[in-house]
Design a binder for this molecule. Structure first.
Ligand SMILES: Nc1ncnc2c1ncn2[C@@H]1O[C@H](COP(=O)(O)OP(=O)(O)O)[C@@H](O)[C@H]1O
Ligand SMILES: [Mg+2]
Length: 311
């Protein structure tokens, strides 16, 4: 765990401290109070607290857990060995054990996911599984049917209340860190990125080095840096493009494809736009299967660099 990152340092340790719509929160509180955990699939967009909830449940129920990230370790053999080793050792806490399969939608739907179905059965006597995913349609039906699905997405009606709670949380974090802020700016920042709470906290930490959270934070860094990327592509500067990817590939690499798609008309000749769309669609699709997202993104941008006319 990286204590230097505010998102880790201020990750809620209990369900009570998680900022969630009341109906979802009650579901998890019931699990904590009842002491019984079933196989679950936690689904919703990035930064809503899915991984946080999975960990908090294990902490509160005092259960040993193994966290496997599907976007990093997706081979069947590694997965099987890890789960088997973990499942067959004695639990220090005495109860059953939990395998948290984070970002399970990155596991190959033709090979790894079907194998996982077998593991769930094989280890069912002493293991529960919590899967998390951003896109539940990428999880195969047999896994859905073995898990209770819990949606984290927030309805419009619920969002105002949660934003107010999150504002309080941000104020707490900033006061702990000794960073001054303008409350109005903080509120706007939350409105801008909600419900991606992770993004808000990361932006605050990034900008905090300037000493005070003021309206400068609302000028989107990503828009400025997309401009840089497009210039690198136009200049056919491979080295600079690669560096840009390394700096900007965050928790949701798929967002880069979308960002280019949304902004490309400003940079790309109209005659080249269809070609760019095809390249983006192709790599965005591959993004859900590849082991290395950085490499896949660089490959995509290399193709765009080579095959697209810039303005
Ligand atoms: N519901 C929440 N309540 C409080 N903090 C949150 C919540 N969701 C996310 N965060 C903050 O964002 C970070 C990342 O959340 P995480 O659980 O990893 O999101 P997800 O798995 O849904 O992408 C957490 O460590 C925490 O700091
Ligand atoms: Mg997560």
């Amino acid at each position: 765990m990286n204590e230097f990152l505010w998102v880790e340092k201020y990750r809620p340790q209990t369900i009570k401290d998680c900022i969630l719509p009341q109906n979802i929160k009650s579901t998890f509180e019931d699990i904590v109070n009842g002491g019984e955990l079933h196989n679950m699939l936690l689904t919703g967009t990035a930064g809503l607290g899915k991984t946080t909830v999975a960990k908090a449940l294990c902490n509160e129920l005092n259960l040993d857990y193994l966290l496997i990230n599907g976007s990093e370790e997706s081979g069947i053999d590694t997965l099987r060995n890890k789960i088997k080793q973990f499942a067959s050792s004695i639990s220090l806490q005495g109860g059953y054990k939990v395998v948290i399969l984070d970002e399970a939608d990155y596991l190959n739907a033709q090979s790894t996911q079907p194998a996982l179905r077998g593991f769930i059965e094989e280890f069912s006597s002493n293991c529960r599984f919590i899967l998390t995913c951003n896109f539940k349609n990428r999880i195969i039906d047999p896994l859905h049917s073995r898990c209770t699905t819990i949606e984290f997405n927030i309805s419009k009606a619920q969002s105002a209340k949660l934003c107010v709670k999150f504002l309080e949380r941000c104020k707490y974090i900033l006061s702990e860190e000794g960073v001054q802020f303008e409350e109005q700016v903080l509120a706007e920042l939350i409105m801008k990125h909600m419900p991606d709470w992770r993004k808000v906290i990361n932006e605050l930490q990034r900008y905090s080095t300037s000493g005070v959270i003021d309206s400068g934070i609302l000028v989107s860094l990503s828009e400025i840096s997309l401009n840089d990327l497009m210039l690198h592509l136009k200049d056919k500067n491979f080295k600079a493009m690669r560096q840009w990817v390394a700096n900007n590939i965050d928790s949701e690499p798929a967002a880069i494809y979308r960002k280019i798609y949304d902004n490309m008309n400003d940079y790309i000749e109209p005659s080249s736009v269809p070609q760019a769309v095809l390249i983006l669609a192709d790599y965005q699709y591959k993004n859900s299967f590849v082991a290395d997202h950085e490499l896949n993104t660089v490959a995509c941008l290399t193709e765009i660099m080579a095959g697209v006319q810039f303005k």
